[in-house]
Ligand binder design. Structure first.
Ligand code: PMT
Length: 318
């Protein structure tokens, strides 16, 4: 039965979603990363971040996008690294990136000044008022890089996301309960199969556009049941209507039988989430005082989930 389910989604993935040309190279990198950190006894988290893009034409001019800045994923990556995890960061090309995201609203050129020249080279000086705490952030980023704790992997289209998530799930599946999946990306539920897609730009001279889209297979299902059955899996649930949020989160847990759902509403997602498990429900709220101290809700989410992951590991090993 499990084999049948995986086979049917695998079939759909390879028939209807173009396989990215770099998937084998990325799989090799992820496997080496997982092996190195697994051997060091480190926990590993795969974070998905940003929205997927669904092309409407083969030679794409137009596409359907999913809303997500990537802030949740990028800031969470920093807190997981602080908690001692190695992080595979599967993110949308040009969405927010760990550490650099702290300066995303800044024009870098306005923060730099030309200093004197040292040994013939021109020196560039950072204006600390324009880039506060830059030394601390840069040092942390360089430490993470030096220790090889962060593996960035990019996607743009839904096809790339699906194939790269499958590859990473199969790699992380080998680590058992030490692996966590933190699926914060905003993934399209609809797509146009390659066989139904017009090759060239859709012409407005043909009149109003009607599009028929198919349902994207729920990748969470084979991930939990077939590819990484012993891992700790967290999905996210985004709604705009608060009244249906918790029911939807519970339904997702009942359907996929994974460990937790982080439920959030679009307008309040920066200050309020609910972490729903099979037998608990924790509201995480950022107070005005937290905000004035620079506390972020991702710090609370990651603390909650790393604690739960530790318990999960001891139970599985127990
Ligand atoms: O990036 P920010 O601007 O900071 O915003 C963060 C966020 C709001 C995007 C994030 O907190 C969030 O809620 N992400 C999930 C949004 C979403 O797409 O939810 P969904 O209900 O469509 O999907 C639910 C889960 O199923 C997701 O974990 C997704 O990875 C998974 N899924 C979705 C589609 C699909 N075909 N297969 C899946 O497995």
């Amino acid at each position: 039965m499990a084999k049948h389910r995986a086979a049917s989604i695998d079939g759909k993935l390879s028939e209807e979603f173009a396989v990215p040309s770099h998937v084998d190279d990325v799989t090799e990198l992820m496997a080496a990363f997982a092996e190195r950190h697994g051997a060091a006894g480190r926990r590993l988290v795969l974070i998905t971040s940003g929205g997927t893009k669904v092309p409407l034409e083969s030679r794409t001019v137009r596409f359907l996008d999913n809303f997500s800045s990537g802030r949740r994923g990028a800031s969470s990556a920093e807190y997981f690294l602080d908690a001692g995890y190695a992080v595979i960061f599967l993110h949308r090309h040009r969405s927010l990136y760990p550490y650099a995201r702290q300066y995303s609203g800044v024009n870098l050129l306005d923060s730099l000044q030309l200093g004197g020249s040292g040994g013939g080279d021109q020196v560039v000086v950072v204006n600390r008022e324009a880039l506060p705490k830059i030394d601390k952030v840069l040092k942390r980023y360089q430490d993470v890089k030096r220790d090889g704790l962060l593996l960035p992997v990019e996607f743009s289209t839904l096809s790339e996301y699906l194939h790269l998530l499958k590859a990473s799930a199969q790699v992380l599946g080998t680590l058992g309960s030490k692996a966590m999946f933190y699926l914060a990306a905003a993934v399209s539920d609809f797509y146009i199969p390659a066989s139904d897609m017009p090759e060239h730009k859709i012409q407005s001279s043909n009149g109003p556009l009607q599009i028929s889209m198919k349902m994207v297979p729920k990748i969470l299902s084979p991930l939990v049941k077939d590819w990484a059955p012993r891992a700790f899996v967290i999905s996210f649930k985004l709604e705009t209507d608060t009244s249906i949020l918790l029911d939807k989160a519970r339904k997702a847990l009942d359907t996929y039988r994974h460990q937790a759902v982080v439920a959030n509403v679009l307008d309040t997602r920066r200050g309020y989430v609910v972490v729903v498990t099979h037998d608990t429900q924790a509201e995480l709220i950022l107070t005005d005082e937290d905000v004035s101290k620079g506390v972020e809700i991702e710090d609370m989410i990651v603390s909650n989930l790393t604690r739960a992951h530790a318990q999960f590991i001891s139970k599985q090993e127990g």
